[in-house]
Ligand binder design. Structure first.
Ligand SMILES: [Zn+2]
Length: 118
């Protein structure tokens, strides 16, 4: 998953659609071709900032899981460690990771759309 600003294009004919940054967009209604440049720097930076925060949260939660798994190892119980690590990783990927991704998507959706009008 990569942060990409959302581009909303409104054609001269009144029709509208979504486009990817740097891509051309052709209006379905009238066929006009829109060549889109890069989105505003502030929007790109905001998306990159959200991306960095998401990555940091993901790594931090993984480190937390890793540290929690080390507790059985610290007591010398290698069998418990061998069982805890895969179980904790599976639980993390089924509960924490989807929540982090949902939070990231919600934050990306909350970014202002880059609107191009004819
Ligand atoms: Zn059009």
């Amino acid at each position: 998953m990569r942060a990409r600003p959302h581009i909303s294009v409104t054609c001269d004919c009144g029709s509208s659609g979504d486009a990817d940054p740097g891509e051309a967009w052709r209006c379905d209604a009238c066929g006009q071709l829109w060549r889109l440049g890069d989105p505003p720097r502030s929007l790109v930076e905001a998306a990159a900032r959200l991306d960095r925060v998401h990555r940091r949260r993901t790594v931090a939660s993984l480190v937390g899981i890793g540290l929690a798994c080390l507790l059985p190892a610290a007591t010398g119980d290698r069998v418990a460690f061998a069982l805890a690590a895969p179980g904790a990783l599976a639980a993390w990927s089924l509960t924490v990771l989807p929540r982090l991704r949902r939070r990231y998507r919600t934050a990306l959706d909350a970014l202002p759309a880059w609107s191009v009008r004819g």
